[in-house]
Design a binder for this molecule. Sequence first.
Ligand code: ZN
Length: 395
Amino acid sequence: MIFPADMPRIDALIARQEGLERVDRETVEAIQLKKLNRLLAREKKRGGFYRDLPERLFSLADLPSLPFTTDEQLAANAPGLLLLSQAQISRVLSDATSGTTGAAKRVFYTELDCEHTVELFMAGLGELIFPGSVTMILFPFTGPYGLGELIAEAVSRLGARPLKLGAAGSCGEWSAVLEKEKPDSFVGMPVQLLRLLRVCGRGSLRRALVSGDACPAAVIEGCESLLGSRLFPHYGSREMGLGGAISCGAHAGMHLRENHVIAEIVDADGRPLPPGETGELVITTIGMEAMPLIRYRTGDCTRVLPGRCPCGSEVLRLDTVSRRDGAALAALDETLFRLPFVADYRAERRDGRLHIEVLTCGEGTLPPLDAELSVRPIRPDDRPLCLAKRRIENG
Ligand SMILES: [Zn+2]
């Protein structure tokens, strides 16, 4: 894939995938309406999950008139949402193992869906990974078309060497890799990066792309000061094919792959909010071949940044993303990760009382917290306290 030097990477990606000369609001929105109408017509014809929706919309402004798709519907109707036969599916991702109760959500992908994700990862990683460099990947490697595998493919295609480490390694294992392989870049979850940098020290890595979880300001600032460079946050979810929005060199929000995803922001009552206002992100995944969703409520909170990006792109940008139900954890993150001697922590509610386990890497005193505390120095055999999206557990 060749990106013209004068074009932002996200624009070049969309231009190449859609056969466009240039990418501006008008062309992006025309593509979105065309793909949405193709999907609506197809659903009507096949009597699919969305068969009761209108056959076409005359404008994207009418999108908010369609009903939302919820997690519960996704869990109950996955095969009905599938546009293709199971034989055409390359990968199924389920959240059955991540501690959720009730029916598991399943999301299906074709080979083309996965290829689009790799291409988006290349556009995002191309900002920080160069031919000949070495990149440590701290996401799970679960087999063909898994998240770790797709990132490693993008790293390889950029001419760099991926270190496929997975998410569950111990501190000792990761610092041995740093010593031996001398990677210059990192791809993984934000808190794992902070822990690694705090344990292994300033300058042990140069650049990083973080994804997979909320990215609290205290974690971003802690990482950037130890890296000596700005972070490249990425936003994705299973429902949008793992890859969704990438940071550009301007570090001014994350550009959404708008030829595959239409974003809306809504308030608590489901009413659309204008650019600049924070609410829940709702996505319509018009570019997914296997399992497109219409107005899916992500449960993630963010806002659309108004106007054109300083990089020159008019492709929509999402601000930092947090979980709709994550306020208590976000407040703890701000308190604890601001302390440079905190390497990691985990919070759990037991019998109505908050219990916090803190791993430290250096001397310091914790502020008074309304919780039962257990504090000890981190050891080389300590693995990450949380392997999935972080939350306050109920014990
Ligand atoms: Zn930009």
